[in-house]
Design a protein around this ligand. Sequence first.
Ligand SMILES: *Cc1c(COP(=O)(O)O)cnc(C)c1O
Length: 441
Amino acid sequence: MKYYSTNGKAPIADLSKAVVKGLAEDRGLYMPERIKTLPKEFYENMGTMTFQDIAYNVASAFFGEDVDLDGLQDLVYDTLRFDCPVVKVEDNIYALELFHGPTLAFKDVGARFMARLLRYFTQNTQGNQNNLINVLVATSGDTGSAVANGFLGVEGIHVYVLYPKGKVSHIQESQFTTLGRNITAIEVDGVFDDCQRLVKSAFMDDELNAHMQLTSANSINVARFLPQAFYYFNAVARINKPSDIVMCVPSGNFGNICSALFGHEMGLPVKRFIAANNANDVFYQYLKTGQYNPKASVQTLANAMDVGDPSNFARIVNLYSENGKLTAEETHQRITSLISGCTYSDDQIRETMRQCYADTGYVLDPHGACGYRALKEQLKPGEVGIFCETAHPAKFKEKVDEILGTDIEIPERLAAFMRGEKQSVPMSKDFDDFKKYLLSQ
Ligand SMILES: *Cc1c(COP(=O)(O)O)cnc(C)c1O
């Protein structure tokens, strides 16, 4: 399978290049040139298949031409060592719980798959196991933990997580500073933007790139976003009422919903989608007006969705415009006929968390709350709604307890991180210091 860039000015890439490079040369996002429909028998049998088998079928459609099938099966099974169950919250509303992985958020699935695919390519394609790949990732909290844990113990790969000193929560920091092994946490005396700048400068520095192989584990990477389709297929299989399912995804950078839309193109029987937003409503405005006007993000309770210019918007437009063949109006029309939106303030998020807890006993995290509320408001008679619960509420324990008046339990695997010993490398925000450090490795 070949991959083209949404900007249309970069050479076509194969999967290994798309995964190692992440972003195309023209700064566009890679798109698979074909999306295969899965056969009718697969959909008929899905209800009796395991999550891993369903995922393997989906993975084969995307990656089966580039990864040998035994290797791909190992990769999928090893990625999905935890479940993504569908839990009934109330009549016709289900939570797709994506927080049962190592860092208790949905990004675990994509990060684990990407790490294993990268290892596969370094071992099989280059035939040189000594060729260490260095992953640089800047984080404001959650991405760093998913990437660090996804790559933990994966041979041939070393990860450097750059994070702003004193600007991430204790829970988040413990998830990437206590791991050791092939993970190095770098505590930058600056803000998130400084971390991002250090990483970008490193990718552009010729001397560094000659010294070591550098790559990013950004969420726009095809190996991180496509595997997220796995759990949408599993959710539909478990609900087993195909025709009128509404899938609702709390969205920030729109990678998660984009993978669901790819699933829909493969024939997944979902009737329509809802993209739930917090106060950052650029996509919601696009649905209403047809105009896409990126703006600076504002800080909210559901902070992993604080995105003012979602990168995967380009993928959604590219998909529904058939790579630019349709006009902007036709594309907008296709998108609005399949996807609706909503935008919620912090007050509405709090109110929703309280209402759901009082009426059903289910504890929502602030991101999932946007998804649940959208279904409450938009579900029509006869429809069944599934919203993604994108993170475990204990990841936001202080906020959740304050809003609900609870003292929610911290799952053991989260508590275990917090007992670990912090190890980090202090770093100034000066690129020369960072470069000197990397050259010494
Ligand atoms: C990353 C994240 C989101 C947003 O997902 P996108 O793929 O960026 O749209 C939502 N909730 C949580 C908890 C997240 O970590």
